[in-house]
Design a protein around this ligand. Sequence first.
Ligand code: ADP
Ligand code: ZN
Length: 672
Amino acid sequence: MYGMGGTVVTTEAERPAAHGESEALATLHRVFGYDSFRGEQADVIEHVVAGGDAVVLMPTGGGKSLCYQIPSLVRPGTGIVVSPLIALMQDQVDALRALGVRAGFMNSTQDFDERRVVEAEFLAGELDLLYLAPERLRLDSTLDLLSRGKIALFAIDEAHCVSQWGHDFRPDYLTLSLLGDRWPDVPRIALTATATHATHQEITQRLHMPTARHFVASFDRPNIQYRIVPKADPKKQLLAFLREEHAGDAGIVYCLSRKSVESTAEFLSRNGIEAVPYHAGLDAGTRAAHQSRFLREDGLVVVATIAFGMGIDKPDVRFVAHLDLPKSVEGYYQETGRAGRDGLPSTAWMAYGLNDVIQQRKLIQSGEGDEAFRRRASAHLDSMLALCETAQCRRGQLLAYFGQDPDPMGCGNCDTCMVPPETWDGTVAAQKVLSTVVRLQRERGQKFGAVQIVDILLGKRTAKVIQFDHDQLSVFGIGQELEEGEWRGVVRQLLAQGLLAVEGDYGTLVLTEASGSVLRREREVPLRKEPKKPVTSRAASGSGSTRGERKAKAAAAELPEALQPAFEALRAWRAEQAREQGVPAYVIFHDATLREIATVWPTSVRQLGGISGVGEKKLATYGEGVIGVLASLGDAPGTTAPTPGPTAEAAGHGPDDDWPETDAEPEPEDWV
Ligand code: ADP
Ligand code: ZN
């Protein structure tokens, strides 16, 4: 534990360690105010401090930054951080400076004089960390400059940008392979949250890091609750979800098109939820302004296309919502991963329906690219659809997709674990749909979309049914046993299972090779029943499910009501500080830290120093302020009432409690 005089008192839990490690640990306590390393961090840091190269795969929120920041502080010289995210460098540097770390950046947003100052600081050995964009690093003048100073390490952040097949590809990343040739003695650490095996291989090859040690963390994000709901009226469903579960929270809503981004942002704003749009069609100034507001304000919603999000290190994004189906599980995982980096409960929510399947299948067919590309895109979509349609644990399916072993008992913190969906034998229903498609084609030489097929099954005499005499078909009205929504669910699931296909611009339905076996009664078609009521996180605590109950409870755990006023007062104080300094609120303190302060209710600056996230510099800067806020609220709630008081709770409340369960601690796993 970190004592007040800047000394490090080693507790029993922290075994005496090698010199490098103990210095790293001391830095963790002193600068960052954290108690212990998480998962792979200790091993990565020890390895890099000792001069080794490392390739680090860790999920978003896993704590990648410390893996290069601490070695940069411990090793002599400056840590050079290569990052593609120019727009975020200022914030990253501000956050480090707030911790007392000597950090700087060099990019095109600076003028000549500003850059000269940073260059001089670097040459004088006055920088612990220097952030650069790859296109700047490549310049001869930059390489020259670096040669004249002392370099502690090279950190290559968002290393998957080197992958030519990924959608974040940056050609300048390819030139980073020269670093190893030019500075063979300087350790390199490449980091990414992209989990696929192929990307991992590519990073190693293209960056020329054959001898690097590989660190692969668990990709589980236990604090994120995954939920996928049937799409009915998506905007209204979103509004209800936000009002019921995330009022006042910051979050991201992803939509496929610019148009739906605009209309959704407008709809939310009209309904009292502050929301701004973000997509590639907006000018750079507007985009930057909206991103900056998202980072700086508490509780803003950004409605975006996938153009938004990479590198957004806002720790308190409480939800990520998808109004349209992502193209792949990788994409879904990356986007939802932006929620809950601080380890507090967060929701990944998606509305998904028949039109999503039709639209995505159509996009693939009409899109550019050769046959191989299409096949790959289809395979990606199939995995995504399987995740949407599963009756099993969603988290389990995600982890299995990334090659990791899921908990066979389920996670207890996804919709299918919380309210296990019923399945039913949909063989006859499937046959009815398929025969309708067959009859239209064989008897009439026609192809129609889902709407017409469902109308025929229901026996509806719509204008279009009458126009085409479809009420004369023998299948007309044979599907009265299900409602329209249920039929759409059947069609959707048949499409997802590849028992039906979409064709052409109008999304007409056609049979697949596999359809025959259903029509011939050679196989059964189990289907998922559409839930009558949507699952909410409240259903989690009320479900009485024994599977993974503990985790569900942890995720649903809210700050006790008695402590809410203190938490809100601290947030208000923090907002004030952030405004004065022009930095995002989380640069002052994270929500997790404020929660712990409200829970522990320190009465002295010294006591405050023991809280996770309060390092030396922050204690000096804000210590009096925080104690002042608490003092102005009077006594800690519960100090007069005997039980159950928050102080009683606080006694057993270690600084680690704001972090995901320890048994979910990443295991070193060799699945690559
Ligand atoms: P990543 O870059 O992998 O997405 P970050 O480096 O931003 O993750 O870390 C995620 C969050 O976890 C940050 O809020 C960070 O301060 C916190 N964190 C990281 N390591 C630790 C630790 N050892 N103890 C406590 N909090 C940590
Ligand atoms: Zn689950």
